[in-house]
Ligand binder design. Structure first.
Ligand code: ZN
Length: 224
């Protein structure tokens, strides 16, 4: 993070890739989980995703375990700002990169290898001039303690746990499943592949989560 070259590389790619991230829309699984919350069945949603799509779909009680890409945080003073605001700054600072906006693959993969980012102007914190970083937990960093505690509390208060669309290979998510299992709570999972917690599930459905959650949402009666 303190290496300017690394930050120039990150933010130049991010400038070109952001419009794709921003245009992403919730799918049926996001919508079904929001409906299950509205009907009092899902009480808390813990996500490892950083795209904010569960909130976009209408889920209100969400813990974004690994943070969110649509927020930027200053490493010195903690000031946070919306990513779209920084995008305007990035484009104003680097007009040549603005031309590349929209010319990226539909899967969001930005092929700008070989392009010289040495002259890329990385904006600093508007409050204190500190280093800005997307408000996400990168590989090798740990999830803020307060967030972990809230998630554990949610698991402790839950009757059951539903695991959707994750292999749980990352410990930061797996630990909540382990906690639910240790407390004797039933755990169900919807995932097409193998997961790290297969031995802990009372039920595992190997099917696309969108399909399964839609059916679950349609079948379950609201809790009075
Ligand atoms: Zn700052």
């Amino acid at each position: 993070m303190t290496d300017l070259k690394v930050r120039q590389r990150y933010w130049s790619r991010s400038t070109v890739g952001w419009p794709i991230i921003r245009a992403a829309q919730p799918n049926g699984a996001h919508r079904a989980l929001a409906q299950l919350e509205a009907r009092g069945i899902v009480r808390l949603l813990i996500t490892q995703n950083v795209d904010g799509l569960h909130s976009t779909a209408g889920s209100r009680n969400v813990i974004d375990l690994h943070g969110r890409l649509d927020t930027v945080r200053c490493m010195s003073c903690g000031h946070t700002s919306p990513r779209p605001e920084l995008q305007r700054q990035l484009l104003a600072n680097n007009p040549a990169w603005a031309e590349m906006e929209g010319r990226v693959a539909p899967d969001g993969d930005v092929d700008i290898e070989g392009r010289d980012y040495g002259g890329f102007l990385v904006p600093d914190c508007p409050q204190c001039g500190g280093i800005l970083k997307p408000d996400v937990v990168f590989f090798g960093e740990s999830v803020p303690r307060e967030r972990v505690d809230r998630a554990f509390e949610g698991v402790a208060n839950a009757d059951a746990l539903l695991v959707v669309g994750t292999s749980l290979m990352v410990y930061s998510g797996f630990r909540f499943v382990a906690a639910a299992a240790a407390a004797g709570k039933p755990i169900a999972a919807v995932n097409r592949g193998r997961t790290r917690a297969d031995h802990l599930f009372a039920l595992k459905v190997r099917a696309p989560s969108e399909e399964v959650l839609d059916a679950v949402s349609a079948a379950i009666k609201p809790i009075p």
